[in-house]
Design a protein around this ligand. Sequence first.
Ligand SMILES: [Fe+2]
Length: 192
Amino acid sequence: MFQKDRFIETCKAVVGEGQKAIREAVLEAVANPAEVISELGVPDQAGVYPLYQAEDLTVINFIWAPYMTLLPHNHNMFAVIGIYGGREDNMFWRRLDDPGGPGLEAAGADSLGVGQAVTMGPDIVHSVANPIRKLTCALHVYGGDFFHPPRPRIQWDHETLLEEPWDMNNTHKVFRQADMRFKAGVAAGAED
Ligand SMILES: [Fe+2]
């Protein structure tokens, strides 16, 4: 059975081994999505829900609203993302060295369904989209303190691709606004 505390203990035990060991733990967890939902609850609100936070490890339950996106950003620590409900599309970006110009160009993508995981090294830049009309549920495990990274994180404006300092408050706002649009759509009968 998936148990939140046991999962966190496993991550704490293996984080020193690196992203490959964390990936195995995440894949094992999302291999039983019904158990994860049973333990963490049936999602009904988009948001960023920390489950564990320490200097060397952060575990977060991400609930993505339908059709929402999150702008390109880096982590400055490795990350493993596993999906236990819905679908999470990740777009990967290459940084450009062009003063005054866009700071990124598209470099690749990975679409994650239930039971799948992606591993990202510390320098990866990605943006995220939930491409479906349901909430998407993910476990994100980071090899550091996601909320207090050792080096300042960067985000890029989604329209201009210009670099700006990472803003966690803005991230929370993006989730709040996406959840409001989701709830308004349900109230209007636009969603199932
Ligand atoms: Fe990210």
